[in-house]
Ligand binder design. Structure first.
Ligand SMILES: [Zn+2]
Ligand SMILES: [Zn+2]
Ligand SMILES: [Zn+2]
Length: 136
């Protein structure tokens, strides 16, 4: 789907910067941090705008957070099954120690964990570290 139609579908107003950032995600095979995005932007755009754009994508279910090691947060496009405030995926994320790429492994679900009584799971994150297929 085209970036403009995607924004429309997710109830977001179409702006140049949203289109540009969405195109970056569409053409990227790896998860992107705020910094990655800022570096790839050819137009000048302040940090707040990038941050707000990501936040609106996140809130509407267009991208999801990918917790990297350390405290870096990266973002990746969601499948078609996410909606506003509801993200439905619990897949494994993979970080390559060689090239630093973080990738969504959409087809590899995180195993359900049996929690002790009284504990309720809301979400789970699993980051597997290793060597990606490009570096192997
Ligand atoms: Zn999602
Ligand atoms: Zn790699
Ligand atoms: Zn993911």
């Amino acid at each position: 789907m085209e970036a403009a139609s995607l924004l429309k579908k997710y109830g977001l107003r179409i702006t140049d910067i949203r289109i540009i950032i969405l195109e970056l995600f569409k053409s990227s095979e790896v998860a992107l941090s705020e910094q990655n995005i800022e570096k790839q932007l050819t137009t000048t755009c302040d940090r707040v705008t990038v941050y707000r754009t990501l936040k609106s994508f996140l809130d509407k279910g267009l991208v999801h957070k990918v917790l990297d090691e350390g405290n870096i947060v990266k973002y990746a496009l969601c499948g078609s099954h996410c909606e506003e405030d509801k993200h439905h995926h619990e897949h494994v994320h993979f970080k390559c120690n060689t090239c630093g790429a973080t990738i969504c492994l959409e087809n590899i679900p995180i195993q359900k964990v049996n929690l002790p009584e009284g504990f309720e799971q809301e979400e789970s994150n699993l980051l597997v570290l290793g060597t990606c297929k490009n570096c192997n």
